[in-house]
Design a protein around this ligand. Sequence first.
Ligand code: HEM
Length: 132
Amino acid sequence: MPQISQLFFKTAIIWLIIGLIVGLQMGMSGNHTTIAAHAHVNLLGWVSSAIFGGYYALNPSKANKRLAMVHYAMYTFGLLVMLPALYFMELGNTQLEPLVGIGSLITFAGALVFAAVIFSKEVVGVREARQA
Ligand code: HEM
């Protein structure tokens, strides 16, 4: 599996563990205040990162592009800014709202880079070209 896929899956599983802990915390306490943080950690963190990892594993020629690493760095950094800020904002720290906004925009930029990766030309190796 390409290194970028490994990176995305390693990051995804950390998000899943955090997302499940927040879910369990809500379930056990009966306090569902952090519902948006839970949903976004699970869906942007776990599900989307795992899908990215799967995409690069299925398209190894795209995995070696520098753009793929830009995608990983930008998307993951955006979530690192956005998700903790969202969690603590839901717990009453409303001053964190601008940080949630900034993190969301960086995450969105990361998604745009992924769109560029998807639409970029596939580099076909000599062996694949012979088999085609
Ligand atoms: C240990 C596992 C999990 C527990 C204990 C848990 C617990 C919860 C709780 C207590 C809520 C709040 C429900 C409410 O107030 O209406 C919730 C909402 C939600 N959870 Fe989880 N969850 C878990 C796993 C997941 C996973 C794996 C995902 C996605 C991949 C997920 C996505 C969501 C979403 C999207 C909502 C919002 C639903 C809505 O607004 O109607 N959860 N979860």
